[in-house]
Write a new protein. Sequence first.
Length: 294
Amino acid sequence: MKTGKVPLIEVRNVSKFFGSVIALKDVSMAVYAGEVMCLLGDNGAGKSTLIKILSGVHKPDEGEYYVEGERVDFDSPRDALDRGIATVYQDLAMIPLMSISRNFFLGSEPTRGRGIFKRFDVRFADRVAREELKKMGIDIRDPSQPVGTLSGGERQSVAIARAVYFGAKVLILDEPTAALGVKQAGTVLRYIAQARARNLGVVFITHNPHHAYAVGDRFTILKRGRTFGTFTKDELSREEMVRMMSGADELEALSHELEEFARTDAMHAKGKLSEVEQQLAESLERAAKTGDDV
Ligand SMILES: Nc1ncnc2c1ncn2[C@@H]1O[C@H](COP(=O)(O)OP(=O)(O)O)[C@@H](O)[C@H]1O
Ligand SMILES: [Mg+2]
């Protein structure tokens, strides 16, 4: 599907060791423009280690890293950011009592006036923050309201819109839906679909197969630092995904979940959706629509 195109980012056979701990071994993966690549795996699988390599926090001990076909060797997250690779962590760096637009421009404040008259350009910041959030399909009535008044999902979306505005080509999201309820998770999934519609490459880390399946184009599965490879949606059913993400001992506990999948898949076939899936489907549909006029 993406053959012939140069990936935005690619790692080849990367490994990372912490003393005797093999956090990552021989992992290869690529992310293309206009796709959502899901990074899946249980706790301790190596997901965060891999994205820390991608975002310039860690240097790989083995293997290579390429950005748009060019070999790179990042010394810091700043280097990755300069190449358009932005990472949104679960514990967002935001100041709750400051306004949405102030948070939007945190660290890159637009100013007006000179010398002692130099001050934050509120009007510009409010206008841009409102416009950029609008492009993601979020209507903020008042960008001067404290960011703390937003829901968790909306705050994630401010962080995503900010990364996009400051020129991100690759968006790395570490478990953005983990702490959210169904409706809010749906909101974040919608923004992920929006980012894809704007031709970004998205790395979406989750261990929720529902969320992965709702927006993912391809899936890279990690387990104990190694990869099973990358699969397209056609190549991987949700049951297989769950099976690969967990160990044989955990399978027992998951059998209920697998039954639930089978049930919802059957409902799909009959044109009926569970409430959760209905909500996800609706939010994704809205995303597709608003994506059209972006
Ligand atoms: N800074 C570190 N020092 C020592 N061990 C680490 C460090 N970071 C991660 N690890 C280990 O590497 C493995 C993979 O961790 P991690 O990448 O955080 O997994 P995940 O994000 O998939 O839960 C785990 O065994 C973890 O304990
Ligand atoms: Mg992690």
